[in-house]
Design a binder for this molecule. Structure first.
Ligand code: G3H
Ligand code: 13P
Ligand code: ZN
Length: 344
């Protein structure tokens, strides 16, 4: 495994100007999302998982190695502030050493322009998301274009967003639920004008644990239209947690109060990947695993106050969860294929 790692390091050096490429990237299996997408496109989706601390990192790496899957680590602005942005970087570097087989991208989730530049210049991120989806089309294009220019100079991939993810509140306001979905024609124009490497599209999901009221399904009709206009272009699905009912039930049985939750059917991940969805974002589900493990542990052991035993359980449970998601995504078992593709 170490040998392959050196070869991939060399690929980085070929693809990226030696003097522009941050020293700290070298010798790792941190690859760009673009590299992962080229291998995965149309076949499966790569899981993009948010992390905030060492326990999540350990569970994520373990779950991806157990399932032999490439993956994307996502770091949000909130995650960078939670302890200290340098702490998360150090945790990921350490995890990479502990799991030398791992192939992954380090991605900024929902960045603003300033945070994108900070990550681009950090020498650690291989991918950033510029989220100017709340701005008008022209402004979104202009901001994205600036970030693309800065990122591409350093060989870093850029995800942009067009459309606004729905939410229960928006569904209430908008009767047919269509108002915030990505317009396929605009998507084509946006990609052409901005030069982004992947596009987050609103296709019926929303962030958090309360995604649907009533019928749950992705808008495959919209996705088909986007794919028709952007063939071979990687699309990203945010708000993809499945919010498992048994997980929520266990939380509630252990004292939680999460009502009317609903998530994406994970059986829809793979069909979505066949229509160009190459990155699937999952954060909320990880929080649910954490909450279930900790609530049950302290309910059953009210005298306990050592956080390590419960932390260990969480790492194992999160690894199992990641493993199961990678099977739904179709990324499980793809690690060696990706390694070969990157080293050819
Ligand atoms: O889309 C947002 C992600 O779930 C990150 O959430 O900003 O609370 O870290 P956060
Ligand atoms: P969930 O809230 O469905 O996990 O979505 C996470 C996400 O989109 C992160 O960008
Ligand atoms: Zn998101």
């Amino acid at each position: 495994m170490r040998r392959a790692k050196t070869v991939v390091k060399n690929i980085f050096q070929i693809e990226l100007a030696e003097n522009e490429y941050p020293h700290t990237f070298r010798g790792t299996m941190i690859v760009t999302t673009d590299q992962l997408f080229k291998v995965a496109y149309g076949k499966y989706a790569v899981g993009a998982y948010n992390i905030n601390n060492a326990e999540q990192a350990m569970g994520l790496f373990k779950g991806c190695i157990d399932s032999q899957a490439p993956f994307i680590i996502q770091i949000s602005k909130g995650a960078r502030k939670y302890t200290d942005k340098r702490m998360l970087e150090a945790v990921i570097r350490a995890a990479d050493t502990i799991f030398p087989e791992a192939i992954f991208a380090v991605h900024l989730d929902h960045g603003d322009e300033e945070t994108c530049y900070d990550c681009i210049n950090s020498g650690f991120f291989s991918s950033v998301m510029i989220d100017a989806s709340h701005d008008p089309f022209e402004k979104n294009v202009a901001i994205t274009k600036r970030v693309v220019e800065a990122a591409h100079k350093k060989g870093i991939s850029v995800e942009a967003e067009l459309g606004m993810l729905g939410g229960v509140e928006e569904d209430i306001k908008v009767e047919d639920g269509n108002a915030c979905l990505t317009d396929p024609k605009e998507a084509e124009e946006f990609v052409k004008q901005s030069g982004c490497d992947s596009l987050a599209c609103a296709i019926g999901t929303s962030h958090g644990a309360f995604k649907f009221k009533g019928k749950q399904s992705l808008r495959f009709d919209v996705l088909e239209k986007i794919k028709a206009r952007l063939p071979q272009f990687p699309l990203v699905m945010h708000g993809s947690s499945s919010v498992p009912k048994d997980e929520v039930d266990r939380i509630n049985q252990a004292g939680g109060k999460i009502q009317d939750s609903a998530g994406v059917d994970p059986n829809e991940y793979l069909p979505a990947s066949k229509l160009g969805v190459t990155k699937i974002n999952i954060d909320t589900d990880g929080r649910l695993v954490w909450t279930r493990v900790h609530r049950e542990f302290f309910r059953d052991k009210p005298g306990e106050f050592d956080f390590r035993p419960v932390g260990k359980i969480f790492i194992e449970e999160y690894a199992k969860f990641i493993n199961s998601r990678n099977h739904f995504l179709g990324s499980a078992g793809q690690l060696e294929t990706v390694r070969k593709a990157l080293t050819q």
